[in-house]
Write a protein that binds this ligand. Structure first.
Ligand SMILES: Nc1ncnc2c1ncn2[C@@H]1O[C@H](COP(=O)(O)OP(=O)(O)O)[C@@H](O)[C@H]1O
Ligand SMILES: [Mg+2]
Length: 105
């Protein structure tokens, strides 16, 4: 799913006609690890925010609309969560959070 999010980030940057600048950040605490992919593209319009993760939803001429839907299925099958935020300065950050495996002791 990192690949799917990064591809979307590059494609979103292309829409904004800027050189793709993608930031990937990873952070964790005792229980979870969170990975984020930030782009400087146009962000997600408010009217589309509820639909992005639906299978086959795409705004691209040759899109499959499966990147986010399959990413969500994979993440949720591992008890994780996936989401995004639009950034005040433009662009968006898509993130997923996975529980760390429990270790004994
Ligand atoms: N980083 C992003 N910035 C803006 N919109 C995005 C971004 N990532 C995804 N989207 C929106 O979500 C839709 C669904 O994404 P996805 O499931 O990967 O399918 P696809 O990339 O084939 O369109 C995209 O068509 C686009 O409208
Ligand atoms: Mg995609």
């Amino acid at each position: 799913m990192l690949c799917a999010l990064t591809q979307n980030a590059v494609e979103a940057s292309g829409q904004a006609k800027i050189l793709p600048t993608i930031r990937i950040d990873v952070s964790s605490d005792r229980y979870t690890v969170e990975t984020g992919v930030t782009d400087l593209g146009p962000g997600v319009p408010a009217e589309l925010q509820d639909q992005l993760f639906r299978p086959f939803f795409t705004t691209k001429p040759n899109g499959t609309g499966l990147g986010l839907a399959s990413s969500r299925a994979i993440i949720e099958s591992h008890d994780g969560t996936i989401g995004f935020v639009n950034l005040p300065a433009g662009g968006s950050r898509f993130w997923f959070r996975l529980p760390l495996a429990e270790t004994s002791g």
